[in-house]
Design a protein around this ligand. Structure first.
Ligand code: HEM
Length: 425
């Protein structure tokens, strides 16, 4: 990689600082006492989550306070996300549709099932093992190579921030020479701190890059993500009468655009929070270092403890009730995962990071038909990161001489900096 190429991810990192600030990163330190208070008062509150913290936040920008409600219990969040007949995903059309295009995220059944089943073969657990062996471990090692001899690093800014977007680019089949341009567009695409013109220009330019790749794959098949999407067929006679429905270029482009906020930015944040969980609990770090078999449960506890994305939203299609509380037709219903994943009705000592707790399913990846399509990718990327960092950085620990703010944020939870030291060999 040239110096210019190295500079691009740093520019992308800087562009994110403004987006983070809008989501409370660096401002809201510990939202859990307030979330617990709200949950204890009532499982469902009218209004946005951000207003309860006096923060700006995407939920407040998108809808008026009386046009939304927020659910603070595990059971309530779980029920809303599973009931796709009552709660529609169509609100994403307003929030993301213009810059990304129409994707599975905003579809309801039966359209959602049809499109998702076309795409899901590219994200199976088996396919993720292929990603891991073919390129993911190499990518992780390439970032570790840059600081392994220094004895110190910022595992958030120097590592976690760059790695998942790099994985998406390579998975898609992006040539290495195009990575800097890809990074530039991804930094702006859904960045609420950028102007709408900048976001739309990034969306167009990213679309043009992907279209070139699609054209090439239509001429010559390949095993990368775009190659798989180009070949995908659904033999569903009822759909379009032909039984040979393929994805159009625009549908593939929109899907690739979706993978940037859905797949890269969430995974970056999740890697920082699980690392902070371990680094701030040295006894658990030692246990995982001694037994890498504990890594999968560490990843799950990290995702439960500090979910990277505060909430998703749904539109109520009729007057209904959630946990016995009224929700009106047309209202947007927010599902704060951070509140659900810390519900004391489901977890003892919910605010503690404890990799040895008895695992029960959490909602960091959502639930129901829209459950994260990249769930195996995210788990694999987090596992590989922990395995290689713990193997290659002996004695890894927080830098005692550099203050670490830890995980902060409301709309998005992240450890923006993770200053660490380790032994050099
Ligand atoms: C730790 C990392 C991740 C977290 C916490 C996460 C979280 C989520 C959540 C909560 C949803 C549900 C959205 C909803 O119900 O409205 C979702 C959907 C989705 N995620 Fe992830 N995600 C992560 C990583 C990934 C990765 C690595 C990919 C792809 C490579 C990915 C691709 C998707 C896609 C395509 C959807 C839409 C699924 C649908 O609407 O049917 N995600 N994710």
């Amino acid at each position: 990689m040239t110096q210019d190429q190295k500079a691009e991810p740093q520019a992308q990192f800087d562009a994110f600082a403004a987006k983070d600030a809008l989501n409370g990163v660096g401002i809201v330190k510990d939202p859990y006492p307030r979330l617990a208070e709200l949950r204890a008062q009532c499982p469902v509150h009218q209004g946005s989550v951000s207003a309860r913290f006096d923060m700006p936040g995407a939920d407040r920008i998108i809808a008026a306070e009386d046009a939304q409600a927020s659910v603070y219990t595990f059971q309530g969040v779980d029920a809303v996300l599973r009931d796709v007949q009552t709660f529609s995903s169509n609100w994403y059309h307003v929030t993301l549709g213009e810059v990304i295009g129409r994707t599975i995220l905003e579809m309801d059944p039966p359209e959602h099932r049809r499109f998702r089943s076309l795409i899901s073969p590219a994200f199976t657990r088996r396919e993720m093992l292929r990603w891991e062996e073919t390129f993911v471990r190499d990518i992780v090692n390439s970032y570790i190579d840059r600081f392994v001899a220094d004895g110190r690093a910022d595992l958030a800014a120097d590592f976690a921030f760059h790695y998942p977007v790099h994985v998406i680019a390579v998975a898609a089949g992006m040539p290495v020479a195009d990575l800097p341009e890809f990074y530039r567009h991804t930094a702006l695409l859904t960045n609420v701190a950028a102007s709408q013109e900048e976001r739309l220009a990034a969306s167009r330019d990213l679309g043009a890059m992907v279209r070139q790749l699609i054209d090439a794959r239509r001429k010559e098949p390949s095993h990368d993500l775009i190659g798989v999407l180009v070949r995908a067929r659904l033999t569903d006679e009822e759909w379009d009468g032909t039984g040979k429905r393929q994805l159009t270029d625009d549908e593939i482009i929109a899907f690739l655009r979706l993978l940037v906020p859905a797949g890269a930015q969430t995974t970056y944040r999740a890697i920082t929070t699980v690392l902070y969980g371990l680094l701030s609990h040295p006894d658990q770090l030692d246990a995982v270092r001694a037994d890498h078999g504990l890594i999968p449960q560490t990843v799950e506890e990290g995702l439960r403890w500090e979910v990277p994305l505060l909430a998703v939203g749904r539109t109520a299609l009729r007057d209904t009730e959630v946990e016995g509380c009224p929700v009106r037709a047309g209202q947007i219903v927010n599902t704060p995962f951070a509140a659900a994943n810390h519900d004391p009705a489901r977890w003892e000592r919910p605010d503690d990071f404890d990799i040895f707790r008895t695992a029960v399913p959490h909602v960091a990846f959502g639930v129901g038909p829209h459950v994260c399509l990249g769930i195996h990718a995210a788990r694999m990327e987090m596992r590989v990161a922990l395995e290689l960092l713990l193997t290659r950085l002996p004695g890894l620990r927080l830098d005692p001489d550099t203050p670490c703010e830890g995980v902060t944020g409301l709309g998005l939870r992240t450890a923006v900096h993770l200053p660490v030291v380790f032994d050099t060999v």
